[in-house]
Design a protein around this ligand. Structure first.
Ligand SMILES: Nc1nc2c(c(=O)[nH]1)N[C@H]1C(S)=C(S)[C@@H](COP(=O)(O)OP(=O)(O)OC[C@H]3O[C@@H](n4cnc5c(=O)[nH]c(N)nc54)[C@H](O)[C@@H]3O)O[C@H]1N2
Ligand SMILES: Nc1nc2c(c(=O)[nH]1)N[C@H]1C(S)=C(S)[C@@H](COP(=O)(O)OP(=O)(O)OC[C@H]3O[C@@H](n4cnc5c(=O)[nH]c(N)nc54)[C@H](O)[C@@H]3O)O[C@H]1N2
Ligand SMILES: [Mo]
Length: 712
């Protein structure tokens, strides 16, 4: 029934065939994040995409497609696409550019960057990638071949701090083994909005009896499936995790054998968590003590149990890394590390996506050792970050541009730099203006691009070839379904062309894009030639997944060879080795004097289903779903301020004030305001100071500060 209903719906009007001139090409959408990209069937006629559909043959999305992917045609054919390479002729920001040839643009970039390298050293040039991941290995390779340690990315605010916390505890990290888990502790993650294709497997697991514990201040589509929802005050994840550990240890529900044999620093940890009795934890987090106890028991006694954290909400706080260490400590405490149904360690294959196949991505990227280059941006301020994260700390770029210390930063070759994503976004922009030379490569002319000296047009995933793996043990080498629009080119082509001009000694990059991919793929036995025989993608059926409990043979890749409740690295660096809880920098408890004027807690950037950062605001279909910048406010907080739903309000912090609309909703708890971060006409990051950061990772406190709302 279902089959035929959907196929009738699917064939009306646009039927592939010789008579209609329509053909179907397999590709994938890359509007959101690499691990969650969906397979697409693109209907092409006369060199144009006339329709897109979720690919039923693709194991990741199995035919489904979200609101963003469905708007792919509006994305590809948007009028704001940059059409030619551009060189600035007017003042920075004036939007006066002259169209130039690729040859002129690339030669200008190469000459200018080589001159800067000669004058002040290769480290004066930063190589930067925004949210896009697919070309990053080539960008990092180019930076290192050029001699600069300063490969920096948007991951200076996303994911890497969670990886850092897990590395401090375990030396590595494991993904939830959903297939075998009986309990899932979902900590600040809303896959229904942010990882939609995964939710089918989640719902199947729930139907099989999987028990869900949800942690997070907001009500999400997950909440109604959760056995327990712990609605914390933003910024108190660490305290909650320590409170759960308290119950698990006091009630003797922890895995004694694992803890005795495989952990370091348990006594100190045990001593410390005594402070976090259920009632003390309730006072800090706002979660009723009885629910904390219930969740701790459920997680510790339902075996096996897995933790599903997110890439960012637990670390977008001034206490982020220690927060995240506290919650990942629960995995070891309950003996769920690298076990079936727990958190399973599978090394990444490509672009941080783990499958059964292995590649040489790391060797390809890190072509020069850190010790053979100047220190990275931020290395003096964030040494732990730099020990554990193979890139610079980009949040420090504006500080170093402004101070010139320890050495000047004079140029940036950026792919998708958007200053609005950084805390104190005006400070990032002011600093970029001080560069001698700034190049930005993007699909669209952006606010940041207007300040660049050279702007280059990149193309979409429909117009290029790329290598992509999926966790379902699936791989694809995509082929362009249409030629690049206007004069746009793929980022990889741009990078390999620049390598020819700027890194002539890099023999592998000189051989080109496909030769480099074949080199990277070598350990897997795959080649581009073989992948081309499978244009819809290839199942890695004959590949072996790694065994569980690898630590029993190899130990943990930490300094002690054990899971560390007390971190050797943090101790060496003079930081607190325990996952100690600290209040957010701005909170009713830490700064009561600020809270008098700004009594509400502000969390920025909780995701909306139809927007991905700045990407889909331009598209009529997605924009129509939520038109105006609006702050989610609990009806009680609206009522006490005389604010009705839809009213114009000021959303203010001690740093700035924005005019937005009130969206009264029970999704946010009383006392909390939630505001999306990337509205083109109301920039959340103006509200946040550029130095409101976690001292260990440098991550911004995007998700816990203080604010007030007021009717205009
Ligand atoms: N549609 C869409 N999908 C996306 C993105 C997007 O912009 N749009 N962005 C992608 C990116 S880059 C990322 S990093 C991921 C993020 O993906 P998610 O983490 O899934 O998304 P969020 O909505 O940021 O946060 C999830 C939950 O965290 C909780 N939360 C909010 N504030 C706090 C807090 O202060 N403390 C704690 N502990 N929890 C809090 C809320 O309850 C919220 O529902 O999504 C990716 N997917
Ligand atoms: N206040 C607040 N700020 C936040 C967050 C928050 O929660 N709150 N979240 C943070 C997080 S987790 C993240 S990941 C960042 C994301 O922040 P950004 O990196 O700014 O994310 P995007 O807007 O998706 O992408 C940046 C640019 O890349 C361009 N682009 C898209 N595809 C391509 C491509 O294939 N090639 C090239 N060259 N360019 C392309 C886009 O058009 C866009 O202009 O924001 C961070 N900032
Ligand atoms: Mo992110």
């Amino acid at each position: 029934m279902k089959e035929s209903a959907s196929s009738i719906g699917r064939t009306t009007g646009k039927i592939p065939g010789e008579d209609t001139g329509i053909s179907i090409h397999k590709t994938f959408c890359s509007i959101c994040n690499a691990p969650t990209h969906c397979g697409i069937d693109a209907y092409v006629k006369g060199g144009a995409v006339i329709k897109v559909e979720g690919s039923e043959s693709h194991p990741h999305n199995q035919g489904a497609l979200c609101s963003k992917g469905s708007a792919s045609r509006q994305y590809i054919y948007h009028k704001d696409r940059i059409r030619t390479p551009l060189i600035r002729t007017g003042e920075r920001g004036s939007d006066e550019f002259r169209p130039v040839s690729w040859e002129e643009a690339l030669e200008t970039i190469a000459q200018k960057l080589l001159r800067i390298k000669e004058e002040t050293g290769p480290e004066s040039v930063v190589f930067y990638a925004g949210y896009s991941k697919w070309f990053r290995p080539f960008l990092k390779r180019l930076a290192h071949s050029f001699g600069s340690p300063n490969y920096c990315t948007e991951s200076s605010t996303c994911y890497q701090a969670t990886a850092m916390a897990a590395r401090l505890n375990y030396g590595c990290f494991g993904r939830p083994d959903l297939k075998n888990a009986r309990c899932l502790l979902v900590w600040s993650h809303n896959p229904f909005y942010t990882n939609t294709a995964m939710t089918r497997r989640l719902m199947e697991a729930i139907d099989r009896g999987l028990k869900i514990i949800e942690v997070g201040p907001l009500i999400t589509p997950m909440t109604r499936h959760a056995a327990v929802h712990l609605r914390i005050r933003p910024g108190t994840s660490g305290a909650l995790a320590l409170g759960m550990a308290n119950v698990i240890i006091e009630e003797d529900l922890y895995d004694r054998e694992f803890v005795d044999k495989w952990t370091h620093g348990f006594e100190e940890f045990q001593q410390y968590v005594r402070e976090f009795s259920p009632s003390a934890t309730e006072a800090l987090t706002g979660v009723p003590a009885e629910l904390i106890v219930r969740a701790a028991r459920l997680y510790a006694t339902t075996k096996p149990a897995a933790l599903l954290p997110s890439a960012s909400p637990t670390v977008h706080h001034t206490n982020g890394v220690q927060n995240h260490r506290a919650l990942t400590a629960l995995i070891g405490l309950t003996g769920n590390f690298d076990r079936p149904g727990g958190n399973y360690v599978v090394p990444p294959t490509w672009l941080n996506i783990s499958t059964a196949a292995s590649t040489r991505e790391d060797q390809f990227k890190q072509v020069r050792q850190w010790k053979d280059m100047a220190p990275r941006v931020g290395e003096d301020v964030y040494p732990v970050w730099c020990r554990l994260t193979p890139e610079g700390q980009a949040v420090h770029i504006p500080f170093q541009i402004q101070s010139g210390k320890p050495y000047p930063i004079r140029a940036m070759l950026a792919f998708g730099m958007r200053h609005r994503m950084w805390p104190g976004s005006d400070w990032m922009l002011e600093s970029l203006k001080k560069l001698d030379f700034f190049v930005n490569v993007d699909l669209f002319m952006t606010e940041t691009g207007r300040f660049a000296d050279v702007v280059l047009p990149a193309c979409t995933s429909f117009e290029r070839s790329e290598l992509r793996f999926w966790v379902e043990n699936y791989v694809m080498w995509s082929r362009p379904v249409i030629a690049p629009l206007y004069q746009s080119r793929s980022d990889a082509d741009i990078l390999f062309d620049l390598a020819g001009r700027m890194a002539p000694d890099d023999g592998l990059m000189q051989k080109g894009y496909e030769a480099s991919i074949d080199w990277i793929l070598k350990p897997s036995g795959l080649t581009i030639a073989k992948l081309k025989e499978h244009p819809a993608g290839l199942h890695l059926k004959d590949f072996q997944m790694p065994p569980y409990r690898k630590y029993e043979k190899q130990g943990f890749p930490t300094p002690t060879g054990k899971m560390e409740f007390s971190s050797t690295i943090l101790k060496e660096e003079g930081d607190d080795p325990l996952p100690r809880y600290q209040e957010p920098g701005l909170s009713p408890r830490s700064t009561p004097e600020v809270a008098e004027k700004f009594p509400l807690i502000l969390t920025t950037g909780a995701r909306l289903p139809m927007y991905v950062h700045s990407r889909t605001f331009r598209l009529g279909w997605t924009r129509g779903l939520r038109k105006d910048p609006s702050a989610d406010i609990n009806p009680a907080d609206g009522a006490s301020r005389g604010i009705a739903d839809g009213d114009r309000i000021f959303l203010s912090t001690p740093r700035a004030s924005l005019e937005v609309r009130a969206h009264l909703t029970e999704i946010v708890p009383p006392g909390v305001v939630s505001f999306y971060h990337a509205w083109p006409d109301a920039d959340a990051n103006m509200l946040i100071a550029p130095d409101y950061l976690d001292p260990l990772s440098g991550y911004p406190g995007f998700k816990s500060l203080l604010c007030q709302v007021e009717k205009i």
